[in-house]
Design a protein around this ligand. Sequence first.
Ligand code: APR
Length: 180
Amino acid sequence: MTEAASRPAIVLVQGDITDQSVDAIVNAANSSLLGGGGVDGAIHRRGGPEILADCRRLRASHYGKGLPTGRAVATTAGRLPARWVIHTVGPVWQRDEDRSALLASCYRESLRVAGELGARTVAFPAISTGIYGWPLDDGARVAVRAVREAASSLPPTSVEEVRFVLFDDTAYRAFEEAVG
Ligand code: APR
């Protein structure tokens, strides 16, 4: 497997993550896994009740206390144009505490889960940069660095494309800057 093939290509798209036809769509969830606003709300609204049913099963089995920040878990994608939703919980922005490692973990753990599933294409939102208040520029830098580093720290993966789906022009430009 050549280096290029093992390194996921990073693609930037401006749009709605629930419109993306990919193998796995990553959800910016909260630890309850029971839905919310933003990306979480859109995924459950468009994906339908099977996603929540899967989330409830996960809560009842492995995650009684909720999914910890930085971790990732997969469910069905329901009616979304994807095979799986990978739910991950981003850290809430804290001015006086550097939580970048937790944010990077969301991307790395989601990629690890995607590889275990055999996903080839993975769509990510800009995790934590909405309701959780993370500044976009820094959130983009952490995201791009984490994806690039995951390529060398994770086992050879099926993931060939990482698609950052940015909801508006400001976010798109922040990721363009971060990709360099
Ligand atoms: N498609 C793509 N990006 C989106 C969409 C969408 N449909 N909706 C929102 N975004 C963008 C936001 O503009 C922001 O840049 O995704 C980024 C993440 O925003 P949030 O969805 O608010 O996620 P986050 O900041 O991680 O906060 C998570 O919000 O929805 C609740 O249940 C969720 O409690 C959790 C918290």
